[in-house]
Design a protein around this ligand. Structure first.
Ligand SMILES: [Zn+2]
Length: 211
């Protein structure tokens, strides 16, 4: 299957511990409502602490996914050494500075060195890193590093484009707060033609990013 389970797990950068403490989130949200000056007991807010705490379980589930189980049956030995590109994978993440969403698309490419991964797994890998408190730059590198450990390909490249709500709705209110980040390894780093082929492919006719 894949190379070194220990390194793959390390590259997944999971959190230890028992998982999210729902009780403490509930208490904290109630305290926040009170700190806003709201009546935390009124109808519309009564169940908000509970709803928000359960929401975070979902939004932050990437910290505790099982990456080995996730990819185990989907890595295949194949003699194929051309570029594989999966583009326009939608994701939702949370900026760790403001705990507001950033939303966008990720494009992943790699050049296999004997191993390929089932296409449906790449969105799962992206989700594993998106569903955390993140900065876009780190998320981009984590996806590339994980692919690199998992497949040991000849090269891997990840480009992420996202809109950040924290820039759109507060501060300077840049309504088009789009950011693009990239991470490249192996032949995508060393070979300009390879890199250009990937960039050219992802630049073609996608709907503009919007929320
Ligand atoms: Zn932010």
């Amino acid at each position: 299957m894949f190379g070194d389970t220990e390194n793959v797990l390390k590259a997944a950068q999971l959190l230890q511990g028992d998982g999210i403490d729902l009780g403490r989130i509930k208490e904290s949200i109630k305290m926040m409502l009170e700190a806003f000056g709201e009546d935390a007991g009124r109808d519309g807010l009564l169940n908000t602490p509970d709803r928000v705490s359960r929401m975070y379980v979902e939004l932050l589930e990437g910290y505790r996914m099982d990456p080995v189980g996730m990819v185990n049956n989907a890595i295949f030995d194949v003699e194929y050494d051309q570029m594989v590109i999966v583009r326009d994978v939608e994701f939702y993440s949370m900026c760790e500075h403001h705990m507001l969403p950033f939303i966008g698309r990720a494009h992943v490419a790699y050049i296999p060195d004997g191993k390929v991964i089932g296409l449906s797994k790449i969105p799962r890998i992206i989700e594993m890193f998106a569903r955390r408190l993140q900065v876009q730059e780190r998320m981009t590198s984590q996806i590339a590093d994980f692919m690199n450990e998992l497949l040991r390909p000849k090269g891997v490249a990840v480009v992420v484009e996202a809109l950040h709500l924290c820039s759109m709705i507060r501060g300077v209110k840049k309504h088009d707060a789009r950011m693009t980040t990239s991470a490249v390894h192996g032949s995508f780093r060393t070979n300009m033609a390879t890199r250009m082929e990937f960039l050219d492919s992802i630049s073609r006719a996608a709907e503009p990013l919007h929320i």
